[in-house]
Design a protein around this ligand. Structure first.
Ligand code: ATP
Ligand code: MG
Length: 246
């Protein structure tokens, strides 16, 4: 579902001048439908995901999502993906339900179709109790749940999720992890970034460790566990970052 080819994205800032946040990054998601992108702060995860979601133009390289090329056909890519990022905006004066209807309409959905999706999200993410409350009264977790539902209202086949559990408590994080598992069972492809290794371990078929804009290691989770002779993804991750050797 996702093929990335020599993606490069540079930024310029005063201190560093021009530097490559993403540097000739190539990867496929071979081992199964859920791909976890791991890396230290500043490694290039968000930049990569923003490029894949057509929010940022790469300087060079390209990628295919669900069969469509990022550069040749960004519109089709956009229709096939749902992109959750830290600044997925919500209108504070609307209720969660109103927001979902608003974005569903933008996607060309009927009211009935949106209602059906809301019922599903409401069950999977336990949203019923606050869907009719205004967003300005929401906690971080409630906002994140509505953001996820808004991102995926049109039921896209490819989910791109940048740190979907950032700042969430154990119960809410678990609900979101279970939601991603259900999406996988439902036949979706998922690419997500996280700093929570136990979540990556629960969800991922394939792991990519990105370091300074490059893919330092890409392997199935099963192969990594075998190779490093441990179940502990924290340990595996730290070793990959340190020198890459088991
Ligand atoms: N718009 C921008 N302008 C300048 N530099 C940027 C911009 N966006 C990202 N960067 C830089 O690019 C590099 C990669 O950032 P990115 O946000 O992709 O990292 P990340 O892996 O998502 O990190 P984190 O785990 O902290 O979210 C960092 O050095 C960051 O400072
Ligand atoms: Mg990030």
């Amino acid at each position: 579902m996702i093929e990335v080819r020599a993606l490069t994205k540079s930024f310029r800032d005063k201190k560093r001048g021009t530097f490559r946040a993403v540097d000739e990054l190539s990867f496929d998601c071979p081992g199964g439908p859920v791909f976890g992108l791991l890396g230290l702060n500043g490694a290039g995860k968000t930049t990569t995901l923003r490029v894949l979601a057509t929010m940022l133009k790469p300087d060079s390289g390209t990628a295919k999502l669900a069969g469509f090329d990022l550069l040749d056909d960004p519109e089709s890519v956009r229709r096939k993906i749902g992109f959750l990022t830290g600044n997925t905006g919500l209108y504070l004066r609307l209720t969660g339900r109103e927001i979902l209807h608003y974005f569903g309409q933008l996607e060309g959905m009927t009211r009935k179709a949106v209602d059906a999706r809301i019922t599903i999200f409401s069950q999977l993410l336990d949203m019923e109790s606050f869907l009719d409350t205004r967003v300005d009264k929401y906690s971080t977790g409630m906002k994140q749940k509505v953001s996820i539902a808004r991102t995926l209202i049109h039921d896209p086949p490819v989910l791109i999720l940048d740190e979907p559990t950032l700042g969430l408590d154990v119960v809410t994080s678990r609900a979101i992890v279970e939601f991603i598992r259900a999406a996988k069972t439902d036949g979706k492809a998922v690419i997500f970034s996280t700093h929570h290794m136990h979540e990556a371990a629960r969800l991922c078929d394939t792991i990519g460790v990105i370091h300074e804009g490059r893919m330092k290691r890409l392997a199935t989770l099963a192969d990594l566990k075998r190779e490093y002779a441990t179940e502990d993804l924290d340990t595996i991750f730290l070793r990959i970052i340190a020198d890459g050797r088991p």
